[in-house]
Design a protein around this ligand. Sequence first.
Ligand SMILES: NC(=O)c1ccc[n+]([C@@H]2O[C@H](COP(=O)([O-])OP(=O)(O)OC[C@H]3O[C@@H](n4cnc5c(N)ncnc54)[C@H](OP(=O)(O)O)[C@@H]3O)[C@@H](O)[C@H]2O)c1
Length: 401
Amino acid sequence: MDAWNTEEEVALKVVGPNLGFDNNFVQCSKSSFQPLPDKEEYICSLGSAALADQKTKSSKKLVDSLAVAKIDALINYSNGDEYVCEIDEPIESNLSNIIRHINPERQALTVGELVQLVKADQLELSLSGSSESLSKFDLDSKKSCVLITGASRGIGRAIAQEFAKSVAAESFFILIARSFKDLEEVKQALMKIANISVSTLVLDLSKPEDFNFEAIVNNILTSENQTKDSFEQVIIVHNAGSIGNISKRAAEMDSNDEIQAYFKLNLLSVILLNSAFLKVFSKFDSYNIIVINVSSLCGVQPFKSFSMYCSGKASRDMFFKVLALEEPNINVLNYAPGPVETDMVANIVENTWDESLANANTTMRENGTILAPETTAKRLVKILDDRKYSSGDHVDYFDDI
Ligand SMILES: NC(=O)c1ccc[n+]([C@@H]2O[C@H](COP(=O)([O-])OP(=O)(O)OC[C@H]3O[C@@H](n4cnc5c(N)ncnc54)[C@H](OP(=O)(O)O)[C@@H]3O)[C@@H](O)[C@H]2O)c1
């Protein structure tokens, strides 16, 4: 609603009674402008029209009358309370009358109002990163495209199953790992759970240089007759990962090949696949886009023998925090799944040089405090559904949120 609509202002309208970005510019009686597709260009043209109009009308008179109308309106709005603003000088702009119609949220006519608008913008910006504005997970009601790496076993497989239980019918899953046999098993299991389509992709993610991830994702959608704009929600789960060489101390990490191989799988391919996925779906603003990085306590706390693993997880977390900061419309979660009974834990017990770490994992397995993959996958769904985190947060299985 325009609080400052006055008779004089109506008389000064340049583009007719129905102001906005539609074709009403052509209705301008004084000009032969054509409708323009580009917003900025359109505003410039409106500005020119306004300046031409100023030759016959006094801009000072216009601004003054609008300022008076505005103060009247504010007093009315506040039920007669006096409106106090120390810097209440009218802004001397030939375009203010037009701009506040074109862009109603930019209705400032005085410096004081402008300050308030800037503050409101900042508030909106900071709120946009909060949990309130995160995409709704809504597995139940949204047709989703879900891509999960490392879905052949362990936590990735469990996440695929939990998501399949919840998504809307006709959702589409893309499962990535190296083992064709295991992926096919998971595919069959998922298709028994729900009326969804599942495609498997055998990729060794430690060799990102071999792939064009964008083409791969596009091709799989095309070959499975999946149209991008049929989805309401797209989800990528970066779960595949490895523990690295845990038989060496940080000071002994001297193999260029080993370090490169580690970071190619655990960081480089994650970034490249993520960018490709977002690019494939970038045109569709209306999607809920959810990015889940399967993180670890090791991303925030150092553990002996885990120099590769801890540094890989920490850098992944930070990458996704930056993504969350830059893309307020994307719901980004760094999820640390807790200690989970998988092949990775077996590998730790067997190969770490740190005996206390091996013993701690053995004890957890023996006393049953280690989590089942399904348990942590269910917790992930709950965290997404509750949406009590801010985009980019690192949330642990044990966190009380
Ligand atoms: N288990 C835990 O206690 C724990 C705790 C915190 C965080 N995490 C994280 O959870 C995620 C899953 O771990 P997990 O415990 O389920 O481990 P896992 O049982 O060893 O599973 C790892 C998954 O990643 C895939 N993968 C491994 N190397 C790959 C490669 N080069 N290319 C493509 N896929 C590859 C594996 O499939 P293929 O072998 O078929 O390729 C498998 O599906 C990891 O990111 C891990 O860091 C685990």
